[in-house]
Design a protein around this ligand. Structure first.
Ligand code: AMP
Ligand code: MG
Length: 346
């Protein structure tokens, strides 16, 4: 079993308010051997982006961090449904009428999303937003029952027709709306790691909200990633020692409001257009963040039994699920690491 290093950091539990983020600042946080650990933070894609990397040279380190932030902004500009000029917005506005060319990258990610829809029996579905777009978690708004009933009919990944030759997509239902919030951050993290590797960087961590990827170790030890307790601030249900790995967490505490004792949060069951409520958090560990991101959202919708059964069939992927009563469930690959236990339940 891997040893947990004292000097290692906690990724998932670390969070700052956006106001505290020093956009694009690059700071030395720790000396190590002949170099230092450098850190940059920024608010992009509606979330906190953090980069930490080891380098001997300040200018090269800070340039690398700036390159990652630029990549995150590039992906946001192409894939945000909130940016009117984005390729995704063009698809959403015209896709019901005609095939819309979306370019290699967006086409590839939507194609991959379709693969996760098939793998998860429709739990992962980027057309969830046909109903999801009517919720506003900050304002505490949800669709009325007529709007919801109509919107749910537009949720179905099969409503998307993909033209592989021209990298164009069209919708087979008038009210389809696509949102890649369940996979785009993971993609952006994978892209960022590719950039850092291309610059010769061998020890780094990139995180975008709940999606993180680590290359190499930290001060000769694995990174330690804490899985947040969904119902107790600053508490963790499990800590995972990780090297060269990706980890994503989906939780019902990230974006939500409560009405009449019911929690409305941002992970939507495509069958109902309502929030999925059988579990309160899912953490997935694997090699690539695109996969861990999509699967954390998927398993959240699938629930404990179906979700863990799926993960146990996937090589190199593990899951930690906190159910609605606070019980911690783990996939087979993690069982030797820790005994499942209870999270705090309010
Ligand atoms: P995550 O925090 O990675 O689980 O992603 C949650 C985000 O995924 C939400 O904010 C939505 O943008 C998106 N999402 C919600 N429900 C689904 C779903 N059933 N399939 C795909 N994406 C979803
Ligand atoms: Mg996810």
């Amino acid at each position: 079993m891997l040893k947990i290093g004292l000097a290692a950091l906690t990724l998932i539990t670390a969070s700052q308010s956006f106001a505290q983020l020093q956009n694009d600042a690059c700071v030395a946080i720790e000396s190590a051997g002949t170099g230092q650990w450098w850190q940059g933070e920024a608010a992009i894609m509606g979330t906190e982006i953090r980069v930490e990397l080891w380098h001997e040279n300040e200018i090269l380190a800070c340039d690398a961090i700036a390159d990652v932030m630029a990549e995150m902004r590039r992906i946001d500009a192409a894939m945000s449904p909130y940016i009117k000029s984005s390729l995704l917005s063009q698809l959403n506005s015209k896709g019901a009428k005609e095939f819309v060319p979306v370019g290699d990258e967006l086409f590839g990610l939507i194609n991959r999303s379709q693969g996760y829809s098939i793998l998860t029996g429709g739990a992962f579905d980027v057309t969830y937003a046909s109903a999801g777009r009517y919720y506003d978690y900050r304002e505490g708004k949800k669709p009325d029952s007529d709007t919801l009933r109509e919107a749910v009919e537009a949720i179905n990944y099969r409503h998307l027709e993909l033209d592989h030759r021209n990298h164009a997509i069209r919708f087979h239902h008038d009210h389809v709306y696509v949102d890649l919030g369940g996979i785009a951050k993971g993609h952006a993290v994978d892209q960022s790691i590719k950039i850092l590797r291309g610059l010769g960087i061998e020890q780094a961590m990139v995180s975008a909200g709940g999606d993180s990827r680590i290359i190499g170790d930290r001060l000769g030890e694995p990174w330690v990633v804490g899985v947040k307790d969904p119902r107790r601030a600053n508490a963790q249900v499990v800590v995972l020692p990780l090297m060269d790995a990706s980890v994503s967490t989906s939780g019902d505490y990230e974006r939500f409001f409560e009405q009449d004792g019911v929690r409305y949060h941002h992970i939507i069951d495509p069958k109902s257009g309502d929030s999925a409520r059988s579990v309160s958090s899912v953490t997935i560990v694997g090699a690539e963040t695109t996969a861990t991101d999509a699967l954390s959202t998927s398993v959240f919708v699938m629930g404990v039994d179906k979700g863990i059964e799926l993960i146990d069939h996937l090589i190199g992927i593990d899951a930690i699920v906190v159910d609605g009563s606070g019980h911690v469930h783990m996939s087979e690959g993690l069982m030797p690491l820790a005994e499942p236990k209870m999270a705090g339940v309010l």
